[in-house]
Write a protein that binds this ligand. Structure first.
Ligand code: HAS
Ligand code: CU
Length: 540
């Protein structure tokens, strides 16, 4: 990879790591605050400010910058070069300025709206403008990714797109389809209202555009993790990719079905017909399919690796996998955790069962297993692989790096499982206060909240180990030889020549049709129904 592309990757990467470090510090305070421990300066307003900063810095900033870094890494190593570096840097700086604006708005106490920023909760305009700049920066990243792909295509008209690049281009498509909904929500509805140009806003209409964006957002996070699971981990484990063709189909299914499912976040919202909610239930089960395929194929790749390393018997291959390699361990533990998170997702998606867990602590349990582990732990793991290869510095404190994913895994089970149980017992999500004001039903929740706080502390220790190893590596470790960045081969060599699954324009066009089918009527209905919009509201 060229040194210019390396600089791009590392700049995005370090912004992501900084956001991760800050967001993790917020998290440990929140976990402790809910146990009723008297923290200095503890208050409801500080708690919600912290939850907002935690959600924005981790779910939006850490992920987006990390994925942009991975995009440039994959482009630079598989497609030859990153085309339009000036645009890439412009995108980087716009996203950095946006992040600083949004973070400043949150820390100033004027924008405590949580990461979903549901109206009528109202933030300072700087919060939304900053978020918009972050997205505009990411759009420039999309443009650079597409330009790099098309340039490569011109000189490789008859070749298959390298598989990792295929997954990253799918990610770009998902992101563009998703952020169309966000652009409407923020530019048309929220910004004029937060600037005082219009007086009122319709919460349900805004939420519907939000979830048009919010669900595919989760696959914008997941698909890059899958790129690592499919194309890098088999190599690290000493095996091969199970099937090139199946992997391409999986990525295309994410382009098709990521967006037309958003109403599964709105099963309890009024003004949207039950039939449409049912349609989105069906499409949600469609989007589970590529993950179920992934479960089988990644396990098959790992089994192949384990047997190549001498493993025998039904399960003997598992022990032979490189469990002491921090990248491998991170991804394997992320996969195991995702099996649990995906199971919870199936419950969320069922129209009737959703009623039991919607807006309860179950939800924070669910998304810490999915984005907080399946994705975040995969990203932490790949950092250990990527940083030495890009900088020529070998990791320091290798024992700490080896232990870190296990700590994350243990902390996350300890955090998430009690949250799932507390949710089923009726504990609402996003509540501050440990004592629950003596409510009788809450007595059963208290030990679960305490247990999840223990998980939170373990997670914090793990997060600091991760950041410590990376920063220490840069400060202490001398520069030496670098190892190559290479990807797994397929077990069965793919048939040469272009593949129908590489026709991104076609798949994106079908995805647009599916979005229109899933959203046109419900949105038309919402826009034409008598509406009762609301003034802005700021709780603190
Ligand atoms: Fe979700 C709410 C449904 C996946 C994130 N989700 C959320 C929220 C977030 C989130 C952030 O239907 C909260 C939003 C908020 O603040 O209100 N989710 C699903 C479904 C899936 C799913 C059906 N979610 C994700 C992923 C996320 C994510 C991925 C982030 C990255 N989710 C919902 C619903 C709600 C929801 C409702 C709304 C709830 C409400 O009422 O508010 C599916 O995509 C899951 C499919 C996954 C699987 C698992 C496959 C397993 C694999 C690993 C196997 C490998 C092993 C190897 C075991 C079917 C691939 C181990 C072996 C070795 C040897 C190592
Ligand atoms: Cu969703």
């Amino acid at each position: 990879m060229t040194s210019a592309a390396t600089r791009l990757v590392l700049s995005h990467f370090w912004v992501a790591v900084t956001a991760f470090a800050l967001g993790s510090m917020m998290a440990v305070m929140q976990a402790l605050a809910r146990t009723g421990v008297q923290l200095p300066f503890g208050s409801a307003s500080l708690y919600y400010l912290s939850v907002t900063a935690h959600g924005v810095l981790l779910a939006l900033v850490f992920t987006t910058f990390f994925i942009m870094a991975l995009g440039y890494l994959v482009t630079g190593t598989t497609l030859g070069r990153v085309v339009g570096p000036a645009w890439a840097w412009a995108g980087f700086w716009i996203a950095v300025i946006g992040t600083l604006m949004t973070t400043a708005a949150i820390l100033s106490g004027t924008s405590t709206v949580l990461y979903t920023f549901y109206p009528p909760l109202q933030a300072h305009p700087a919060f939304y403008i900053g978020a918009t700049l972050l997205v505009i920066g990411s759009w420039l990243w999309c443009g650079v990714m597409i330009a790099s792909y098309l340039t490569w295509r011109r000189s490789h008209a008859l070749a298959r797109v390298p598989l990792a690049a295929h997954g990253m281009i799918a990610t770009v498509a998902i992101w563009l389809l998703a952020t169309a909904g966000l652009a409407v929500e923020v530019l048309v509805l929220i910004l004029p209202w937060s600037l005082g140009l219009v007086d009122r806003i319709d919460p349900i209409v805004a939420r519907t555009y939000f979830w048009w964006f919010g669900h595919p957002l989760t696959y914008f996070w997941l698909v890059p993790a899958y790129v690592l699971w499919y194309t890098v981990i088999p190599r690290v484990a000493g095996g091969k990719l199970f099937s090139d063709a199946v992997t391409r189909i999986v990525f295309v299914q994410f382009i098709l079905f990521s967006t037309p499912v958003g109403l599964h976040h709105q099963f309890t919202d009024p003004g949207i017909a039950g039939g449409w909610k049912l349609v989105h239930t069906f499409t949600t089960y469609a989007i589970m399919f590529p993950s179920l395929v992934t479960a089988f194929t990644v396990i098959a790749s790992l089994e192949y690796a384990g047997r190549t390393r001498g493993g025998t018997g039904l399960f003997g291959w598992i022990r032979r996998l490189p469990w002491r390699d921090p990248f491998f361990a991170s991804v394997a533990l992320a996969m195991i955790t995702f099996a649990l998170g995906g199971f919870g997702g199936a419950i969320n998606a069922a129209y009737a069962m959703n009623a039991m867990i919607h807006n309860t602590a179950w939800i924070q349990g669910h998304f810490h297993l999915t984005v907080g582990t399946a994705v975040a732990l995969s990203f932490m793991g790949v950092s250990y692989w990527m940083l030495p290869r890009l900088t020529g510095r070998s990791l320091i404190w290798s024992r700490v790096a080896t232990l870190q994913p296990y700590l994350w895994f243990a902390g996350m089970q300890c955090f998430s499982i009690p949250n799932h149980i507390a949710g089923v017992l009726g504990m609402p999500r996003r509540v501050y206060t440990g004592e629950f004001q003596g409510v009788a039903a809450a007595q059963a929740w208290i030990p679960l909240v305490d247990l999840s706080a223990v998980g939170g502390v373990i997670l914090f220790v793990s997060a600091m180990c991760y950041v410590g190893v990376l920063v220490g590596t840069m400060l202490v470790s001398p520069q030496g030889a670098t190892s190559p960045i290479d990807y797994a081969e397929s077990l069965v060599a793919p048939t040469p020549g272009p593949s129908i699954w590489d026709r991104f324009g076609l798949w994106a066009a079908i995805a647009v049709v599916l979005i229109i089918l899933a959203y046109a009527q419900p949105l038309y209905h919402l826009h034409t129904l008598a509406r009762f919009p609301s003034r802005g509201f700021s709780p603190f």
